[in-house]
Write a new protein. Structure first.
Length: 115
């Protein structure tokens, strides 16, 4: 399994440093970056416009995710151990049990497979 990384990508670094508004503006203007397997340890991501972003395998330990709408984002394999998640809207593919296990024990969230 790939470990979370601190990447050199400018957009990722904006998020990691809490510059969410600048990140949102740049993405709205067409810039893109690879946010898979990123380390967001203790990052303040409040206000993030996460629609269409892929955070697969990322690490959000103790991050502030309050009120972020991840419903149209990819979070498979991500971990949210100890994160602040009040008001977070998670993708419907994630079972509440997966979210709870990840929040409490740091497990990686698995998506619900269609029957």
């Amino acid at each position: 399994m790939t470990e979370p990384q601190i990447k050199s990508d400018l957009l990722y670094l904006l998020l990691r440093n809490g510059e969410v508004e600048e990140f949102n503006c740049r993405v709205a203007n067409g810039e893109s970056c690879d946010l898979t397997y990123c380390d967001f340890l203790k990052a303040d991501l409040r206000g993030l416009k996460a629609e269409g972003l892929d955070f697969s395998g990322s690490y959000f330990r103790q991050a502030d995710l309050r009120s972020v709408d991840f419903s149209a984002s990819r979070l498979e394999g991500a971990s949210i151990h100890g994160a602040h998640i009040a008001g977070v809207y998670f993708p419907s593919e994630l079972k509440p049990e997966e979210i709870s296990l990840s929040l409490r024990y740091g497990t990686r969230m698995r998506y619900l497979k269609a029957d």
